[in-house]
Design a protein around this ligand. Sequence first.
Ligand SMILES: [Fe+2]
Length: 348
Amino acid sequence: MNYPATGLHHVTSCAGGAQEDIDFFTQVVGQRMIKQTILFDGRYAHYHLYYANAKAEPGSVMTTFPYKRVKGRKGSGQISATSYTVAKGTLPFWVDHLNHHKVKHTGIQERFGQSFIRFSHPAGLDFEVMEDKEDKREGWSTPEIPGEVSVKGFQGVVCSVRETAETKRFFIDALGFHESGVEGNYHRLETGKGGAARTITLLHEPDRPAGSWTFGEGTPHHVALNVPDDEALAEQKGIYDELGYTDCSEIKDRMYFHSIYCRCPGGILVECAATAAGGFAKDEPFDNLGEKLLLPPWFESRRDEIVAMLEPIQVPEYNEPAVAAGPGGAQPSKRKADFVHADQAASR
Ligand SMILES: [Fe+2]
């Protein structure tokens, strides 16, 4: 049987402050900010910020909801870390870079024969840089992080589960993954030829209390898998229904992709996403991705009301390819976004 999902599409987590999130992803992780928009669900306006590699490829897209209104609780039934790949031999650079930014990290560790460093986002989210000599994707460059050491995209996610059997069954039977290794409490699932952006690692933590499932500061919310098109999305929904995973959502319009969501037996929310025509460049030029707050047409008439609920933010100048590649390299100065309004979230 051919399955629609080809690997990871994006990972979404709830951060704290918007600016500290932008600073973390654009300066510490070194991704390019590719979209400023808002969370499309609920009564409150929250940013939805997107970061990615040089080509803004699915499988590299990290998205965050800065979500100060509610604190999340970390635990099982949740993604416990999101891993990026970096080139072989680059971890000493990353140790120095993380130390320079005073980012808490674990030093160099190893899982399934791959060296990695785990480090913390200001809201307490965990990320990793993991060496992968096979991954040829092009990372973004910043004044501090040249292309040869930059993050290329995702390796995968590590998911904490209290038991592994039914979660494995979900990824294998419903999504076409296969189990490719067990090392201590880590169980590795891969799809297709495996490797970068095709890996989900389960961490068996039978005694760990459940983490929160709501949007909440400092907790991952979901992992999204890439499917080729809307037809494949409908096919995936059919697979879930046939197997009895009847709690799959309806197909949702996320502007840049179309999505379905289904919670796996271990508790982690799994989205399948089909990139829409035009992708992230459908509403702004590729060279200017991430510079302005963009709203979907159905929210545009409420722009003033929405903007008034958001924290003012600044995007680094080197977010533009021409500046990033400029003579002598760009300096990490910042430029104001094209809107500045009161930050009601901070005063609550
Ligand atoms: Fe998503």
